[in-house]
Design a protein. Structure first.
Length: 124
């Protein structure tokens, strides 16, 4: 038997505004050094509050008409929605790929304290 969800705890612990004020922007790079540099540059420029570098991952994709398989490193940057355009331009300028993956996914809930910190760290 699965225990019942303690809804009161869940409502207290998470911000349920279901807004898109907070975003995770993801990209991939060809190596760990490039991923770390991309992550650090975004955080230093206050375009994101926190970034994770994950890898290696195996990517399978079509490029120039051929299916290719490559090892890549994933960068996930948490940011405020109003910083996504600037972060996108930063990634394009700093990335070695002709067409870098840049995908923004809305954060629809989470710890209110964390989400507040996320916005604070992308200011001034």
């Amino acid at each position: 038997m699965i225990p019942a969800l303690n809804l009161t705890w869940w409502l207290i612990s998470y911000d349920l505004r279901m807004s898109s004020d907070h975003v995770i922007v993801a990209s991939t790079t060809s190596n760990e050094e490039a991923a770390r540099a991309l992550a650090a540059g975004a955080i230093e420029a206050k375009l994101g509050a926190c970034a994770q570098v994950v890898g290696p991952v195996t990517s399978v994709f079509r490029w120039e008409g051929k299916v290719q398989t490559e090892q890549e490193w994933r960068v996930e940057i948490k940011t405020a929605a109003d910083r996504v355009a600037a972060l996108t331009e930063h990634i394009k300028a700093e990335h070695s790929y002709d067409v870098p993956e840049i995908i923004a996914t809305a954060i629809t809930g989470g710890s209110a304290e964390y989400l507040s910190w996320l916005v604070d760290e992308t200011r001034g």
